[in-house]
Write a protein of this length. Structure first.
Length: 314
């Protein structure tokens, strides 16, 4: 739950307004946030990791978490009049370039940093996670298809529906393919979690919602953003330009980057948004916008996966 507070002070260093993020008042959402450690991770991200990165995010004035009750309080810079991206509408190439540039500023500073292994609260894919994710995908796929089967057939044809079904047995291989170098990842890098400037002097692009930070293969964030952020015709036109922009951003930090490794993982990670859509659509409360968001997430990533031969690489 986010609330905006207007502040009054004679001290010029005090901002005119802040946004306070707190635990959800809904018991189910609150329990989920506690159980998945989302609240804990967001507080610890701002307190322990954010300052070591170059990505533009809201300045954090205060962040604390009550382990016993799950309450959190995070006081953040008010990014208005910036506007939130729209996952359903998609974005143009200029916004996409800004988002990919920020992603390289997230991943670049701690690319292949061995000290990240010491941060135990960052999410990681362990060996047993392949079987666990496969179980979740298998459990939720029938319900997912019960809602989105017709949309998938309309937008992607029978090949798209076959992709959803064939992916099920390949989930363990998909998880196992996530090899190093690792970095700090966002975990849900999409338009709804990006803020874009509406004025010439505004922040061009800022990244919000840090409840799922991880330590892993950062190319997943890249493929996840490009696959659903751009409409398919724009993705086809600009896909590899954006991948090259990302690589250049990582290299600007002095890291040697195997370009073919990035491109190979990009193709494999084209399914990341489909996996997210199948599972997440079945564990959150349904709304009209939510249904449409998961529909476009699934269909755009299916097309991305088919056109990149993702399943054949697993």
């Amino acid at each position: 739950m986010n609330l905006r507070y207007v502040l009054t002070s004679d001290d010029l260093s005090v901002p005119s307004s802040v946004v306070v993020k707190m635990a959800s008042p809904d018991p189910t959402s609150r329990a989920t946030g506690i159980g998945l450690r989302n609240y804990e991770r967001e507080v610890k991200f701002y307190n322990e990791v954010a300052s070591s990165l170059d990505v533009r995010l809201p300045h954090c004035y205060f962040a604390d978490w009550n382990e016993a009750g799950g309450d959190i309080a995070i006081v953040l810079e008010d990014m208005s009049p910036s506007e939130q991206g729209d996952q359903i509408r998609g974005c143009g190439i200029e916004e996409a370039r800004l988002a990919v540039a920020e992603l390289s500023r997230l991943h670049g500073p701690r690319w292949n940093d061995p000290t990240l292994f010491n941060i135990d609260w960052l999410q990681r894919r362990e060996a047993e996670d392949g079987a666990r994710l496969h179980g979740l995908y298998s459990l939720f796929k029938p319900g997912f298809l019960g809602i989105y089967n017709d949309a998938i057939l309309t937008e992607t044809g029978q090949d798209g529906l076959d992709c959803v079904n064939q992916l099920e047995k390949l989930i363990p291989a998909y998880v196992a393919a996530k090899n190093e170098p690792f970095t700090v990842t966002h975990g849900d890098y999409r338009l709804d979690n990006l803020m874009f400037a509406t004025t010439t002097d505004g922040v061009p692009c800022a990244v919000v919602d840090w409840q799922t930070p991880g330590h892993g293969n950062g190319v997943g964030d890249l493929a996840y953003f490009i696959g659903a952020g751009l409409l398919p015709h724009d993705r086809r036109k600009y896909e590899w330009e954006l991948v090259d922009l990302y690589i250049a951003g990582i290299e600007s930090y002095g890291h040697p980057v195997d370009h073919e490794w990035v491109k190979d993982h990009y193709r494999k990670e084209a399914i990341a948004g489909l996996v997210m859509a199948v599972i997440a659509s079945q564990i959150v409360g349904r709304t009209d916008r939510g249904d449409k968001m998961f529909e476009v997430m699934a269909t755009r990533h299916i097309v991305q996966a088919l056109e990149n031969g993702a399943l054949s690489l697993l």
